[in-house]
Each structure stands twice: as C-alpha cells, then as structure tokens.
Design a protein around this ligand. Structure first.
Ligand SMILES: NC(=O)c1ccc[n+]([C@@H]2O[C@H](COP(=O)([O-])OP(=O)(O)OC[C@H]3O[C@@H](n4cnc5c(N)ncnc54)[C@H](O)[C@@H]3O)[C@@H](O)[C@H]2O)c1
Length: 263
C-alpha cells in the first residue's frame, strides 16, 4: 500500500525510535508532516531523527519521554508544541512485551505494562485533546494489537493493556465526534520488529518448543497469510488514518494481521 497522501501537520509519535513507531514517523515525514519522535531511549530517538533526510520546510525532533511517568508525558507534549506547534496527530505507540505464565508473572511488570500502554496513552490524549477540539481538527491513533481482540497465553499484561486501549479509543472517539477529531486503534498482527524477535526465547520456554521452531509453530501457524508483516504496512495505514480521506472513520479497532483476526 502506497498512499502518496500529503499531510501538512504536526505529528507526535511515542515509541517512535524503533519498529512500528519509527515506520509511522518515516511515512508521516515523507507525507509532509513535522515530526516529533518521543522515546524512553533518547539516543535511539536522536539517531532515528538523524536518519531521516533533512528538508528545509519540515522539522524533525527527538524528545526523551517515559510513558509511565505523567510529568514526562506532559513535558513531551509541551516540548512538541513549543518546537513544532500544536500537536495535530498523536500516535500512542510506545510499548513492550513480557511473556510468562500467570503463576510466575511479576505483578510489577503487569502494572508497568498497563502504565505504559494504557494509562500513558490516556494522559497523552488528555494533554492534546482540548486544543485539538478547539482547533477543529485532530487525529489520535492508538496502537493496540490483535491481542486487544483475542487472548494469548502467557501475555496477561500485554493483552489486558491492549484490550483496554480499544475501550479508551471508543470513548475518545465519542467525546470528540462533533469536533473534527477522530480516534482509532490499529491492531497489528505479528510485525517483524525487535519486540517480536526478542520474545521468541521466552515463547519457546513457555510453549516448551525449541526456539528455532517458535516462529513456525507458535506464530505463523495462526496467520492465514503465513508471514510476518513489515512495519511499513502499519506506517502507510497510519498515514491514511491521519488524512482527511479518513475523516469518517472513528472509534474503530482495525486489524492489520494477515488474516489472523477477522473481527
Ligand atoms: N511487533 C508486533 O508484532 C506488534 C504487534 C501488535 C502491536 N504492536 C505494538 O506496536 C507498538 C510498537 O511495537 P514495536 O513492535 O515497534 O516494538 P519496538 O520494541 O520495536 O518499539 C517500541 C518502542 O517503544 C519504546 N518504549 C518502550 N517503553 C517506553 C516507555 N516507557 N516510554 C517511552 N517509550 C517506550 C522503546 O524504546 C521502543 O523504541 C507497541 O505498542 C506494540 O505493543 C507490535
């Protein structure tokens, strides 16, 4: 999918230093946006920004931000506003995975996942919402997962956060419905990023299969298209959701999963 859409907007992407978030940042920059890449890993965020071709008409900045810290989230939005202007497009993407059976799942890790992938996006939404509504245009794109629609063994924290953010998406969409602001969730299947590659060893342990068989036996066997997705496939779709062509799409949780989940 190559949208070739033009977007003259300010986009703030959390977790934008790697994987899906980086691809969304690159595609939105290519479409014409000013870009803020916010990430807990400042060095990676800076090198992501540096890797994007410089253009006179567009700014691109890196912001260090921890999505589990309210003050840091509010500061992230304030820095973006000061450097680039008011946030037109907020992409709540930062996240991480943890794989463990419930019996041994560390509650502190469960809590952290809810903070980073549910409470953080709420606080970020809160920080941009009033000005988006006042200006009569805005896009909030929440990166959920197919694990926001279906359960997966050994992913209690992740599935809980990703189900939760679909609820937040629907409420945000309803509260914004008469203001030109839309809110949608993208629910990717397995995308070839460090988040997926780094969980293979733990999945092997939890499913008790050899690590070299995890991709085939645990992941791809459930995917009708039988492949890992490319981050760019999510990035292109995010650009479409941010465009005026998608103005009527709101409150949706849209799967991009190679057919893995169909509801
Ligand atoms: N890769 C997949 O298959 C897949 C599938 C469905 C959903 N997702 C979701 O997509 C999003 C991006 O995942 P990815 O696969 O690109 O992973 P990734 O590991 O490549 O990137 C995640 C980024 O989030 C950042 N991050 C983590 N904790 C943070 C925090 N507290 N504050 C700020 N930044 C933080 C990391 O530093 C990293 O740059 C996540 O929300 C993930 O759950 C991924």
């Amino acid at each position: 999918m190559q949208t070739n859409l033009k977007l003259d907007k300010v986009a703030l992407i959390t977790g934008g230093a790697s994987g899906i978030g980086l691809s969304i940042a690159e595609k939105m920059y290519a479409a014409g946006c000013q870009i803020a890449i916010a990430d807990i890993d400042e060095k990676k965020a800076r090198s992501a920004v540096d890797s994007m071709e410089a253009r006179d008409s567009q700014k691109k900045i890196a912001i260090q931000a921890d999505l589990s810290n309210f003050a840091s989230i509010r500061e992230m939005v304030a820095v973006c506003q000061k450097e680039l202007g008011a946030v037109d497009i907020l992409v709540n993407n930062a996240g991480f995975q943890h794989v463990s059976p419930i019996e041994t799942y560390d509650p502190a890790t469960f809590q952290k996942m809810i903070e980073v992938m549910l409470v953080g996006p709420f606080v970020a939404t809160q920080a941009v919402f009033a000005q988006m509504k006042q200006r009569g245009w805005g896009r909030i794109i929440n990166i959920s997962s197919i694990n926001g629609k279906i359960g997966a063994p050994f992913k209690a924290g992740y599935c809980s956060a990703k189900h939760g953010i679909i609820g937040l998406t629907r409420v945000t969409a309803m509260e914004a419905a008469d203001s030109g602001v839309t809110c949608n969730a993208i629910c990717p299947g397995y995308v070839d990023t460090p988040l997926v590659r780094n969980q293979l060893a733990d999945l092997a342990k939890s499913y008790q299969v050899p690590e070299e068989e995890v991709l085939e036996e645990v992941i791809l066997r459930n995917v009708p298209q039988h492949r890992l997705l490319e981050a760019g496939e999510i990035g292109e779709f995010a650009v479409f959701l941010a465009s005026d062509q998608a103005a009527a799409i709101t409150g949706q949780a849209i799967n991009i999963s190679g057919g893995y989940v169909m509801h």
